[in-house]
Design a protein around this ligand. Sequence first.
Ligand code: FES
Length: 346
Amino acid sequence: MARLDLRFTDGATMTAPIAVGDVVLDAALAAGINLAHQCRSGSCATCVGKVVSGETETVAGRAPALLSSEIAAGMRLCCSLIACGDVTVELPYASTFTLADQASSTAGEVLECLPLSASVWKLVLKPDPSFDFQPGQYLRLQVPGTDAWRSYSIASSRDATGRIELVIKKHPGGAMGEYLTRARPGDAIDVEGPFGAFLLSQAKGPTVFIAGGTGLGPILPMLDQLRLRGGRAHPVTLAFSCSQAEDLFLLDELELREYWMPLLDLRVGVSRSTAEWEGLRGNPLALVDDESLLAAAAIHVCGSPGLVEATRQRCARLAIDPAKIRSEQFIPEVTLAGHPTPETMP
Ligand code: FES
């Protein structure tokens, strides 16, 4: 029997026995260590960790849900990682995360559904009274009247009791997009979750958030968590961009955070601007200057795989420690086959 050491961001290490040839996630769960996971098939990237020592292999045929830069940095999917002997894996969250209950299924109810912009809708659900989550996590919903499940980040704050807000990009022809136009208060909707380890970094210091489109969803409650954390306030940069001005959404919510957080530097732009657009131009990464990235104790990026990869590459060019970067990528529902990465997802 070999030894599996699991290191967490709070400095704790948990140890489990693992047989040569066994999967890391399976060994951890068998030992009662509830590592973050969802699909257990290599497609959601929820179970990502970094192999810091030991020889490992990858389960054959598993879809590579990781970016090439993440693989180069030693990141692996614990559900697809086979131990060839003793192995040590670092997880991007605190050990207390493993004490949380397993994600559960529940019957939810639609409270409200309305368009926020030309392409983004807000869906408000009434959760079970015992429901709790960490800012940055996401839910899976079964699209009413279909067999389709979709994943969306939670965009409301943890203290918004009695309601969960999701911001959803409405894709033409998509199952959820079609449902949004016929959703009514009181509709029953099956919900699973919460899932995900895209959580606010505990690092103290300047913080950067980079949000592409509905990638803003999980970042809003993370901002609120940061504001309420207490202690010395540090500069916060939030860069948010959509394709066109008519796609921008929740600008009033962002202005409110600007008012609440004097050290928040809010940069809102569009990547396909018209002559009438008088604001910033470019994708969200282009709205952040090198100085902000270099000064950051933590960088959180949520958006398309291209945005996440571009952020990691730019940070690599600036010699920024990849451990400072937390990311969540999403894939439009119309391109998904099977179990999606969060569509933030929304
Ligand atoms: S649980 Fe490992 S990729 Fe989904």
